[in-house]
Design a protein around this ligand. Sequence first.
Ligand code: HEM
Length: 216
Amino acid sequence: AKSRKVGQKHHLTLWYSITLVARSVMASASCLGLVVLVAMASAASAQLSSTFYDTSCPNALATIKAGVTAALNTETRMGASLVRLHFHDCFVDGCDGSVLLADTGSFIGEQGAAPNNNSIRGMNVIDNIKTQVEAVCKQTVSCADILAVAARDSVVALGGPTWTVLLGRRDSTTASKTNAENDLPPPTFDLQNLTTLFGNKQLSMTDMVALSGTPR
Ligand code: HEM
């Protein structure tokens, strides 16, 4: 997996098809740490839309793209790291930004789970972009959306394909180490185990191979 590149044909073009429903909370001011503004505690599945921020934060996408460009200018590898961070966010309870939450007194989060511990990267990049997005629109754009767009912008910036990111995810207020260890693929899994794990997310073997990529 280390040799994965983000530019090959098909890589991640299926990503937007993964279910993107998350718990419904207002966008908070920061991506790291616990979200405190809970607007609606009940689970909700709103319709995602590519135009979700067109009125509420017209500069959101340009701000995210600029942040990704700056991060990649510092370190090209960060593009790959952001793609993986998005994947690891989405596989655990949906693309809800939960991977960004550090442990708190009330939960042990995903960052210390074996498939994440000392290998996921880019949380600070997302937090820096969130700060820049907050400067243009307060508490409007979710961290989960920022991560989803940043992953796409990374792939494009490094010469890969583009895809439309549907927006309107809400950030989780909690995270689960146990769920991360159950849902993320360990490097020891064989084909059958991997196929089952991806199947649990309604992803076929073709999807799994396309997402995982092959050397150029
Ligand atoms: C099929 C099961 C998969 C397994 C078992 C797996 C496992 C791994 C492992 C062990 C690493 C190295 C982590 C480290 O630096 O120590 C890695 C890196 C990576 N994986 Fe996966 N992976 C899988 C699928 C995927 C998928 C579906 C994607 C894309 C959506 C992906 C994207 C990446 C990327 C981009 C890196 C490099 C990250 C970086 O350099 O920061 N992987 N993976």
